[in-house]
Every structure is written in structure tokens, then in C-alpha cells.
Design a protein around this ligand. Structure first.
Ligand code: DON
Length: 569
């Protein structure tokens, strides 16, 4: 099992990124960093970030731009951009107000705890990852339309039309996309019985990807709003697709789906105010826990990627992920002890057994213990001054590349395989090697636990940074490290993003290390104090914006994704 986990993590980290060179010149190119005095969009594909920038030029606000980018991404970045998935949006408006939208997928009403287990109670390999049964009820369309209802300035059609055009007229795909599509042909054929735009014997860079069915679905959303997806023709097509593939999403599931506004989690780190996503993502809790656990240490003095600093940070990561496995889940179903988990006394105690010269053992760390305090989910601080510009940090996903590989016949979009983010059985790792328990067990209508960590940071009441990433379980540690790289170790944002990263998630008891992270000496020293190291090619892929002291914005995409693009106005 342990070997399988290692193997999975290596394969997964290799498959998430293709750093290949594009042989055919494309009519678009990604810019990794950009600066602007006005506004900035950083997205995983230039065609999507350009759509966002155009919306901003037209007078749309950051939420409008985020919505338009998400719709465009559903077309130009089908591995993850989506209509058939879900996500999280953290918002900080220019009046200082913050908000968080949870549009995570939900377990269908017919889902049950043991649905991925065989008669002996063992997980059936890949059942929660591939095919129709792996899909949760999609949340993206409802989420984007709700964000628009509350914050949108431009009419919805301005935000969807660019995506419709891209889908109907097609766009030339990059070599990375061609390679990904080629690698997925077999799975597409296995899990689909209807024609789809993605099926082709051999894709090449520069080939046009035309998605007529997707364009028609987007037009129905433009005409009817959420009902254009969750009711009527699109809903019927989803249910027909489910029936073809023994899936369980029904018309009732679709009609009942609602996104939820949640109070963002807010914490402090050495004068910075960190605003992040509460459950059903674990991202905000774990990020704030890790920051508080390392705050008493003088990381800056130890130095960037020094053995001491990496050891402290990895031990904080270990403890936060141990808590994640035990306590984190959908707060609508499970009483997550957020206040206790973020209590400063608890977090101090959590690091009490930290040894400067010895790695802890995950078997002895386990989940933390505390007396449950009276829990409150209210916001802690909302007094913010002198803000310039609205900020949105949004992360969305289908989970795996191209989700469960099922394209809804006649509707042209892929469905997620987010059900794998539940704990299908206590202690059994999911595709990211994460384990869980009761808090994240499958229940009808429940949201599966996420690691997505859309985050906004303030300094002195001013917007300071916007960041987030894809990358499964490694998202949280990537956000943690990029933030510390800037605020603690004093790196420029692009150096901070480019720098190699390391990742501990409690189980397996090892530190994953990117190829270019940590010198051979530091690696040796970490091993000498008992850490097990496992090298991987890449992990999470950060997209960040920093407001610089002169008031300008620095946007940084991640070289780990060749298509990451920063687009300043
Ligand atoms: O919600 C989560 O934590 C995962 N479903 C995210 C998946 C992801 O980031 C895939 N990217 N490589």
C-alpha cells in the first residue's frame, strides 16, 4: 500500500504538468509575469486571462472577470476548467468586505457510505475516480451565477459570450493539451458512448478544438441562468448520460443544488491578515494552523530552504494534515471544531513535542486532542481600511485531469470525479494519498473535503497578495510556502513562486521534494535527523498577484504550467 502511494504521487506529479515545447506557433502566448498600475489577471491559459482582462477593460469588476475567466476556462482548459465541477471563491471588495463562496460538488442523494466498497468491505479500485459513479453533483454554474447575482456589474451575457465564441469557433490547442488529449483517448473511449469533441485518433499542437455541444450548453445558461444547466435540456442530458453509465445523479439532485456563502477564515501572521476558504475546503484551516505553528520560530534567521526552516515547516505541515484527516469535513454535516483547531494555545501545544534535531513520527503525532470550545463560525475581523481594488481568489476543479473522463452526451462538458475526495473508507488513501475518517465520510447531499486554498492577504489594511493553486493535497503547502517565501524570507514574488517546494501531509510519513528544491546538503541533513524524502517532478501550480509598495500590481504565473499567464491592464 505504501509503495502504491509513493508510486501514485510520483506519477501524479509527473502527469499534472507537461513542460513540452510548442512546435507549431500559436496565435497566443503565455506571459509568466506582468506588472500593471491598474489591474491584473493570472490564469492557467492565455485565452482565459485575456477574456478576464477584456471584461475588466469594459468596466467589469474582479468578480465579473473571475466569472468570465471560469466560463472561458471551461472551453480552453478542459482538463480542469469546467461546467461539470465545482470550486471556491474568496472575495475582498474595495470597500474591505470579504466573502467566500462554496460551490463545491455534492454527493448525489442516492450516494451512501459504502458505495465504493466490495462485498468484503474493500475499496473497488478506481471506482471513485473513473466513470459516471465518480461524479459529484456539479456546483460551478450555480456558483458563478450566484457570484454574479451578488457582485456582478456587467450583464451576464458579456461574461459568457467570449466562452461561447471560443467553443463554437474553436481555438488552436497547445502541444501540452494535444499530449494530454492523446494520453486520455483510451479513457474517453472507455467511459463514453456518445461522440465528443475530444475524440480524435491523433491530436497535434495547433489543431482546432471546436466544441459545438458545449457552445449550445453555454447558450442555454446565458438564456436561462442556472436553470439552463440544472433544469431543462442540460439536466436531462446529464441524467441520460448517468443512465447510460450507471451513474446516480438525478434531476432532483440537479434541481436541489445550491452554492453557499460562507464567512471566510481570517488569521494573522506577523502583521499580515490572511483571508482564506473555510470548509468544505480544508485549505483555510490548515493554512492558518501552519502559519500559527511556525510563527514563534525565527525562520528568517535560519534562512530560506535551510535545514532548520524546512524541518520546522514540514513538522507544522505534518501536524496540520493529521488534524485535517480527523476533523475536517463539510460543516453542514459534521461539527468541525474550527475554533479549537485555530486556537493559539492549542497550536502552541501542538508543536510542544517538536524536536529541533529529530523528525517526529507520524504514528506518534496523530490528530490533536482538545477540549471542544464553544464553536463559532462568525467572522473575526472585518475592519479594513484604504483598500484599492477588489480582489478575487478562485479555485475550481474537475479533480483529476478531465475529471471522471465522462463527457455529457450532447452537452459537451466533462464531469468531475470529486467523489474520490471523500474518505471512501476510514484510513484508505484517496488519489492524493490523503486519508480521512467520519468527518469526511460519504453522505447524501454532503460536500467532499477539498484542499483548495484560494487566499487573499492584507498588510496594514491594504490588499497585499492574492494567491491559490491547483495541485490536490499539495495546494495548501504551496500557498503556505509561497506566502512565507515573500513575507518571511523576503523573496520577490516570481522567485517565491518559481522556487522548488516541499510537502509533508502526515501520511505517508515522508517529505515530497520537487526536483529543483533543496540543496544536496540540506537533503542529507534532513535525512540525518530522520526525515524520509521522496523526489517528485512538480507539485502545485501557483498563480499570484502582489501589490507592490508603489501601488502597482505584480502578476506571476507558475513555470510549472507552460500555459500560466499573467495579464496586466
Ligand atoms: O478539492 C481538492 O482538493 C482536489 N479535488 C483538487 C484537485 C486538484 O487540484 C487537481 N490538480 N492537480
Amino acid at each position: 500500500m505504501k509503495v502504491a502511494r509513493h508510486l501514485f504521487l510520483v506519477l501524479w506529479s509527473v502527469q499534472i504538468i507537461y513542460a513540452q515545447k510548442t512546435a507549431v506557433p500559436l496565435p497566443y502566448a503565455a506571459t509568466k509575469t506582468d506588472t500593471s498600475k491598474l489591474a491584473m489577471v493570472v490564469a492557467p491559459h492565455p485565452l482565459a486571462s485575456q477574456v478576464g482582462a477584456k471584461v475588466l477593460r469594459k468596466g467589469g469588476n474582479a468578480v465579473d472577470a473571475a466569472i468570465a475567466v471560469q466560463f472561458a476556462m471551461a472551453v480552453v482548459y478542459p482538463r480542469a476548467g469546467n461546467l461539470g465541477g465545482g470550486g471556491f471563491m474568496v472575495i475582498r471588495m474595495n470597500d474591505g468586505q470579504t466573502n467566500a463562496l462554496d460551490y463545491r460538488e455534492k454527493a448525489p442523494l442516492a450516494a451512501h457510505r459504502n458505495m465504493y466498497l466490495d462485498s468484503l468491505g474493500n475499496p473497488i479500485p478506481r471506482l471513485s475516480q473513473d466513470g459516471h459513479l465518480a461524479a459529484g453533483v456539479p456546483g460551478t454554474v450555480a456558483g458563478l451565477l450566484e457570484a454574479h447575482r451578488k457582485y456582478g456589474r456587467l450583464p451576464l451575457r458579456h461574461l459568457i459570450d467570449p466562452a461561447i465564441k471560443l467553443a463554437a469557433q474553436g481555438f488552436p490547442i497547445s502541444e501540452a493539451e494535444a499530449a494530454r488529449l492523446n494520453n486520455t483517448q483510451e479513457a474517453f473511449r472507455k467511459f463514453n458512448t456518445r461522440p465528443s469533441a475530444f475524440l480524435k485518433p491523433q491530436w497535434q499542437a495547433g489543431d482546432l478544438l471546436v466544441q459545438k455541444d458545449l457552445a449550445a450548453t453555454l447558450i442555454r445558461i446565458r438564456q436561462k441562468g442556472a436553470a439552463g444547466f440544472y433544469e431543462g435540456k442540460t439536466a436531462q442530458l446529464i441524467v441520460q448520460e448517468m443512465q447510460r453509465g450507471k451513474g446516480i445523479i438525478t434531476l432532483e439532485d440537479l434541481k436541489a443544488y445550491r452554492p453557499v456563502w460562507r464567512t471566510p477564515l481570517i488569521g494573522q501572521y506577523k502583521g499580515y491578515r490572511v483571508i482564506s476558504m473555510p470548509p468544505s475546503s480544508s485549505g483555510g484551516v490548515a493554512l492558518l494552523q501552519m502559519l500559527q505553528m511556525v510563527e514563534p520560530f525565527n525562520l528568517e534567521q535560519y534562512g530560506f530552504h535551510s535545514t532548520k526552516a524546512v524541518h520546522i515547516m514540514a513538522e507544522a505541515e505534518r501536524r496540520a494534515y493529521a488534524d485535517r484527516a480527523e476533523f475536517l469535513g463539510d460543516t453542514d454535516f459534521y461539527k468541525v471544531p474550527i475554533d479549537s483547531l485555530l486556537n493559539p494555545t492549542y497550536l502552541k501545544r501542538r508543536m510542544a513535542d517538536f524536536q529541533p534535531d529529530k523528525a517526529s513520527a507520524s504514528t506518534s503525532v496523530g490528530a490533536g486532542k482538545f477540549q471542544l470550545s464553544k464553536e463559532s463560525f462568525e467572522t473575526e475581523h472585518t475592519s479594513i481600511v484604504d483598500v484599492q481594488g477588489n480582489a478575487v481568489s478562485v479555485t475550481t476543479t474537475l479533480n483529476s485531469n478531465y475529471g471522471c473522463k465522462v463527457v455529457v452526451g450532447g452537452a459537451g462538458f466533462l464531469l468531475n470525479n470529486e467523489m474520490d475526495d471523500f474518505s471512501v473508507k476510514p484510513g484508505v488513501p484517496n488519489q492524493f494519498g490523503l486519508v480521512g475518517n467520519e468527518a469526511n465520510a460519504i453522505e447524501p447531499g454532503k460536500r467532499m473535503l477539498s484542499s483548495m486554498t484560494p487566499t487573499i492577504v492584507e498588510k496594514d489594511g491594504q490588499l497585499f497578495m492574492v494567491l491559490g493553486a491547483p495541485g490536490g493535497s499539495t495546494i495548501i503547502t504551496a500557498v503556505f510556502q509561497v506566502l512565507l517565501n515573500v513575507v518571511e524570507f523576503g523573496l520577490d514574488l516570481d522567485t517565491a513562486v518559481n522556487a522548488g517546494r516541499f510537502h509533508h501531509q502526515w501520511l505517508p510519513d515522508q517529505i515530497l521534494i520537487e526536483e529543483n528544491a533543496l540543496s544536496p546538503e540540506v537533503r542529507k541533513e534532513l535525512e540525518a535527523i530522520g526525515h524520509k524524502l521522496q523526489q517528485v517532478r512538480y507539485m502545485a501550480v501557483i498563480k499570484a498577484i502582489q501589490k507592490l509598495p508603489d501601488g502597482s500590481l505584480l502578476g506571476v504565473g507558475d513555470p510549472r504550467n507552460p500555459d500560466d499567464d499573467a495579464e496586466g491592464l
